[in-house]
Design a protein around this ligand. Structure first.
Ligand SMILES: Cc1ncc(COP(=O)(O)O)c(C=O)c1O
Length: 383
């Protein structure tokens, strides 16, 4: 059967293909250490799992659930945003639970984009912004993030372009894959820019609590709700990526538009999963301290590994669950270097170009691997 024309503009997700190749190597007896994927390997909070199990025994647990998510989950997101970001949100009208933040990228695009609209997308950046933009018939317009600007958008440069067709601007701070934090004025400048050009600003914020001394929300800035939305999820913060729970936060009017799309696509989330996630969102400070220490230790070891591979590190804080480094001069492209370490050391790390052309010359190591495995990787390289 001939697929829809829209499929001609997108490719199978890089990791979907690459992981098949790695699986084949493993089936052939090669012990590949996968440092490519950002899927937390640690357990979720114990009490969240216990709540999920308990809720599965409730009589009403197995019915269709509300299109707007369970009250408990919306209230937990509201209280989380109040405690962590000092952002006040109405849990009835300004929060819409989602199946992870990834789902929100599609719903927001469906709700706000017409064919031919333009979308500002960070390069390098999360590939889903681009593929979803293409799937809905809109046009990606990339804004380059550069190391010399600490991976921050250059609004003066953007102002030089015709912005009449731009409808959405994706921001993603803390930024994946570079691990950059938003600079002091970025959210402020982005809001002014979005207001001036009538652009919907969306900050995708799933990494705010990983190795970050100062978590921030776009919505904490004045007038943000007028022009902006934020996505967040329990995937990285609470090691619950497979649960598929996130939310979009913003003005009642914008949330209503998204609900119009979402309520036509799914029929609610499994209640026990929502109630378990609500418990996670109420975790105390100990949870965050423990996670921070663990990732710090892993990061130290990954940095050691990267140095052993002759990669070059920038002088800055790395936020989130990745270490983003320059490949050694001896290699022409990120893919060549990634392939080299895969074939020589049986280590897989994601070439920077997976995240766009501006990722050329870089490679991304994930922190979702335990310390013993990273030590094993280091020993392989030393050998
Ligand atoms: C930048 C970015 N946004 C969104 C997601 C999706 O996360 P979620 O599990 O919340 O859908 C990811 C996952 O890797 C990501 O890196």
């Amino acid at each position: 059967m001939k697929p829809a024309n829209r499929l001609a503009f997108i490719k199978e997700y890089y990791f979907s293909k690459k992981l098949q190749e790695i699986k084949k190597m493993q089936q052939n007896g090669i012990d590949v250490i996968n440092l490519g994927i950002g899927s937390p390997d640690l357990p979720p909070p114990f009490d969240a799992v216990a709540q999920m199990q308990l809720a599965a025994k409730q009589e009403n647990a197995h019915k269709y659930q509300s299109y707007r998510g369970a009250d408990e989950l919306r209230e937990a997101f509201a209280s989380f945003y109040q405690r962590k970001f000092q952002v006040k949100l109405n849990s009835e009208t300004e929060i819409l639970p989602l199946l992870g933040s990834k789902e929100g990228i599609m719903h927001i695009s469906m709700a706000f984009l017409n064919e031919g609209d333009e979308v500002l997308i960070p390069n390098p950046g999360y590939p889903t912004y681009t593929s979803v933009t293409k799937l809905v018939g809109a046009k990606p317009v990339f804004y380059e993030l550069k190391e010399e600007r600490k991976w921050q958008p250059d609004f003066n440069e953007l102002e030089k372009h015709d912005l009449n067709k731009v409808k959405i601007m994706w921001l993603n701070y803390p930024h994946m894959p570079t691990g950059a934090k938003a600079g002091k004025t970025v959210f402020h400048d982005a809001i002014a820019f979005a207001k001036k050009h009538d652009i919907l600003l969306v900050n995708d914020n799933p990494y705010s609590f990983i190795l970050n001394d100062c978590p921030e929300s776009l919505l904490a800035y004045p007038e943000a709700k007028e022009v902006g939305l934020e996505l967040n999820s329990v995937s990285k913060t609470f090691n619950m990526a497979g649960w598929r729970v996130g939310a979009v936060m913003g003005s009642e009017e914008n949330i209503q538009h998204i609900l119009k799309v979402k309520s036509n696509m799914d029929s609610g989330m499994f209640l026990p999963v929502q109630l378990g996630a609500a418990v996670a969102l109420n975790e105390g400070e100990d949870w965050f301290k423990k996670l921070d220490l663990l990732y710090k230790n892993r990061r130290t070891k990954i940095v050691e590994l990267a140095k052993k591979l002759n990669c070059v590190l920038e002088e800055r804080d790395l936020v989130g669950m990745f270490v983003w480094v320059k490949i050694p001069d001896a290699y022409k492209t990120s893919e060549e270097f990634s392939e080299h370490i895969l074939q020589t050391h049986h280590l897989f790390a994601a070439p920077g170009t997976v995240f766009g052309s501006a990722g050329e010359g870089y490679i991304r190591f994930s922190l979702c691997v335990d310390e013993a495995t990273i030590e094993k990787a280091i020993k392989r390289v030393e050998a």
